[in-house]
Ligand binder design. Structure first.
Ligand SMILES: Nc1ncnc2c1ncn2[C@@H]1O[C@H](COP(=O)(O)OP(=O)(O)O)[C@@H](O)[C@H]1O
Ligand SMILES: [Mg+2]
Length: 341
């Protein structure tokens, strides 16, 4: 095992999502939530996934963990391959949501943290108890050993007096502390990939910055890859190596952090950049509104689905045809007629 783990290097392939399509069966009909997403992530790298609420960020990544509700359908053509620590390459879409294979991946390979740490902790058990349980679910250790690891994890995520915190209940911790505790649960299995779904959205800016710094430090130390999801490009700037911009279930632009911040191509990306909350304004993390309403996924606009809100809209083209992917540079792609020859 050890030799296999040691031979894994930063930059090796870790996750490839190909043509991911997810729909939901609802009373109103089929909701196409994710429509042909392609993403890849290398070991130890951080991918930022950004877009307004409803663009399919959570559905795309929760599919990787087979954590979607029963009403979700992952289309047959979709593929999600994950490179496990032991060298196995797992096709995640072939696993049933309750299968031992996906449980192994959720336990030891990929961890998830999300926005509401209060709801992810049970109110009736101590924080320590729940971290210990997470550790013992993935590692064959005694209660005493698990307690030692849990206290160590709590101190690693910067929780002062971890022995005391270990014995406390979730409501006794502040929001920032609970988020740190949740990170320690997620990291207790030593994952190769951490999916962070708007982990700082509910926190005030100061605590948000602390949690981001903590994640960066832990990444340096543990070498895990991160998919960081947010509706706020300002937050992504602090953490991502590569960025994918999503709109209505698809990726409209993808590139390095430098590409997206210094050479953005898609009009939607430019809108998001303009909407980055400035210091002292809209600090709660609410996005400054981009003009126009996000269409319902049930009424997806024809052609380029952003055309109804786009300032660069070309009549009879953008509303008629779907733009193809244009390669700006080897790492930088965009789906927009402005760049199609
Ligand atoms: N359980 C569900 N039933 C029906 N539609 C859903 C469900 N979950 C998500 N969706 C739809 O899928 C789309 C993508 O949602 P989501 O991935 O949560 O967006 P984001 O995380 O980018 O805010 C949205 O249109 C949302 O309404
Ligand atoms: Mg979401």
């Amino acid at each position: 095992m050890e030799t296999a783990e040691n031979s894994l290097a930063k930059g090796d392939p870790l996750l490839e999502i190909k043509d991911l399509k997810v729909s939901f069966k609802t009373d109103e009909g089929i909701v196409p939530a994710v429509d042909g997403v392609n993403l890849s992530l290398k070991r130890g790298h951080t991918l930022g996934l950004v877009g307004e609420s409803g663009s399919g960020k959570s559905v795309s990544t929760w599919a990787v963990l087979q954590l979607l509700p029963k009403s979700a359908i992952i289309h047959k053509s979709s593929s999600i391959t994950f490179h496990c620590k032991d060298g196995e390459i797992a096709e995640i879409t072939s696993f049933k949501p309750k299968s031992p294979e996906i449980r192994n991946i959720r336990g030891g390979e990929i961890s998830l943290i999300f926005q509401e740490p209060m709801s992810s902790f049970s109110p009736v058990y101590t924080v320590g108890n729940q971290i210990m349980e997470a550790i013992r679910a993935h590692r064959n250790v005694s209660k005493e050993e698990a307690e030692g690891i849990a206290i160590d994890m709590l101190s690693r995520v910067g929780i002062p007096n971890p022995k005391r915190r270990f014995k406390q209940y979730p409501f006794e911790l502040s929001g920032g502390m609970r988020q740190r505790a949740m990170i320690s649960v997620a990291l207790s299995s030593n994952p190769s990939l951490l999916i962070a779904d708007e982990p700082t959205t509910a926190l005030d800016v100061t605590i948000q910055a602390q949690v981001l710094n903590l994640m960066k430090e832990l990444q340096e130390e543990l070498g895990m890859a991160i998919i960081f999801i947010t509706h706020n490009l300002g937050v992504i700037a602090q953490i991502a190596d590569e960025i994918a911009v999503m709109y209505l279930g698809g990726i409209v632009e993808q590139g390095s952090r430098h590409d997206i911040f210094h050479d953005p191509k898609h009009p939607y990306t430019m809108n998001l950049l303009r909407a980055i909350p400035r210091l002292g304004k809209s600090e709660g993390g609410r996005l400054v509104a981009i003009e126009g309403q996000i269409p319902s996924p049930m009424e997806r606009p024809s052609g380029c689905c952003f055309h109804t809100r786009c300032s660069e809209y070309i009549p009879d083209r953008c509303n008629v045809n779907v733009p193809q992917i244009t390669q700006i540079s080897p790492e930088h792609t965009v789906r927009c007629f402005l760049y199609e020859s």
